[in-house]
Design a protein around this ligand. Structure first.
Ligand code: SF4
Ligand code: SF4
Length: 139
């Protein structure tokens, strides 16, 4: 199975349980933690990338749900912070899909969401850090 990114939301009462290690140990899943916000006695959230056998993946997610974890699909998109963007055009040459392009004759840099595959390449090329990845959990 190709890696899948999901959002996990942990209610305060289970935030300290070793649920992630159970996914590795009992369901043989490889887990990469993309982002985590876990604090004692508070609702926690985690963005993780899971890789493994599809049956194990589904059983592992059922296990989490049984424990009270909310499992959400991850949607990611690229956002441009317009008051930082200088329309220098540096990101347009690195974008592999043409999602970022210079519109003529205004010479404004445009982001076409439909073409963006959220590869993240443009984040590294922007000199003023005007591009960010937005992570949204969706049911
Ligand atoms: S994330 Fe990738 S595809 Fe999307 S705009 Fe940036 S470089 Fe282009
Ligand atoms: S590289 Fe950054 S500042 Fe330049 S056009 Fe792209 S988003 Fe704007």
């Amino acid at each position: 199975m190709s890696p899948k990114k999901i959002v996990l939301r942990f209610p305060p009462q289970i935030v300290d349980r070793p649920l992630i290690s159970t996914l590795v140990k009992d369901y043989d899943l490889m887990i990469s933690i993309v982002k985590a916000n876990i604090n004692p006695y508070k609702e926690g959230s985690m963005v993780v990338e899971l890789t493994g056998d599809p049956d194990n993946y589904n059983q592992g997610l059922d296990f989490l749900r049984d424990q009270g974890v909310r499992v959400e699909d991850l949607s990611e998109d690229i956002v441009r912070i317009m008051d930082r963007c200088t329309h220098c055009g540096a990101c347009t040459s690195s974008c592999p899909t043409g999602a970022l392009f210079i519109s003529r004759p205004s010479m404004e840099v445009i982001l076409d969401d439909e073409k963006c595959v959220v590869c993240g390449v443009c984040l590294k090329t922007c000199p003023v850090k005007a591009i960010e990845v937005n992570f949204n959990g969706k049911n």
